[in-house]
Design a protein around this ligand. Structure first.
Ligand SMILES: CC(C)(COP(=O)(O)OP(=O)(O)OC[C@H]1O[C@@H](n2cnc3c(N)ncnc32)[C@H](O)[C@@H]1OP(=O)(O)O)[C@@H](O)C(=O)NCCC(=O)NCCS
Length: 229
């Protein structure tokens, strides 16, 4: 789509492709969510969008994407990428920021259909989002929040060397939930050799993120990393 250049962005990991879905793909994504994201009764999100009836869950996905697009501004954006494995939609990876050109801080979120969980895809999705944030956008901090009992999400942050950024108490559906905040700095991210993420179409949409020019590498490793990809 010429006038919404973020649709040209494509992130590729060893097993996955991440990109903004077209309407048919978005409908498939909504169906994946409707088929189940969290076990019955479990709460993994501050807004329990995936805990109600399946048609409502599907509509929540559609409306969330339309809202994120309609509300997009260079100083307040939410990138919602559909995740594909062998051409099939399996889940969603988010990267969002407010005032990014000043804060250089972004936040991730992600989910997979239940039948696609536990196969290492979440790790690759986070790797792709971190690559976009640090290597392409020049982020200095990326944060993630997971509920105390969300072992998979917390383990993924641990694998990427996040540090604890404290705990928060939330009321979700009239229940007390403890949320763990984690933060990863550019310095810690660049220190490690991550699996490859190939990025296409970023130059075309860079301005949509409020990042007009190529950021200066924080660390000489960045240059090396980019030439290897
Ligand atoms: C969170 C989510 C995206 C993770 O993706 P995934 O593909 O299932 O995760 P991966 O397979 O890449 O890795 C999960 C890691 O957590 C570990 N893990 C999973 N369940 C665990 C448990 N109960 N206890 C300890 N570790 C656990 C896995 O062993 C793996 O670590 P390893 O690579 O060191 O073995 C996915 O599980 C999901 O969609 N969950 C429901 C929605 C959700 O919770 N979203 C996140 C909200 S913060």
């Amino acid at each position: 789509m010429r006038h919404w250049p973020v649709t040209q962005l494509k992130l590729t990991t060893p097993d996955l492709v991440l990109r903004v879905p077209d309407d048919d793909q978005l409908d498939e994504l909504a169906q994946v969510a409707a088929d189940g994201v969290v076990p019955p009764g479990a709460v993994h999100f501050p807004q329990p969008w995936a805990s109600g009836p399946s048609e409502q869950t599907a509509r929540n996905v559609l409306q969330n994407h339309w809202w994120a697009r309609g509300d997009w501004r260079e100083d307040n954006w939410r990138l919602l990428l559909a995740v594909f494995c062998d051409g099939q939609v399996i889940g969603q990876q988010n990267l969002s920021a407010r005032g990014f050109h000043i804060t250089r801080e972004a936040r991730t979120g992600f989910w997979l259909g239940r039948r696609f969980q536990g196969r290492g895809f979440g790790t690759q999705m986070r790797a792709a989002a971190l690559h976009l944030a640090f290597a392409c956008l020049g982020a200095e901090l990326v944060t993630s929040t997971a509920f105390a009992d969300n072992a998979a999400s917390r383990r993924i942050s641990e694998k990427f060397d996040y540090e604890s950024n404290g705990r928060r108490r939330l009321a979700v559906d009239q229940h007390l939930v403890e949320a763990h905040e984690a933060v990863l700095t550019a310095e810690r991210w660049h220190r490690r050799n991550h699996g490859p993420t190939l990025v296409k179409g970023f130059d075309e949409c860079r301005h949509m993120f409020g990042v007009p020019a190529a950021p200066e590498p924080v660390d000489p490793q960045v240059g090396k990393l980019n030439t290897r990809l």
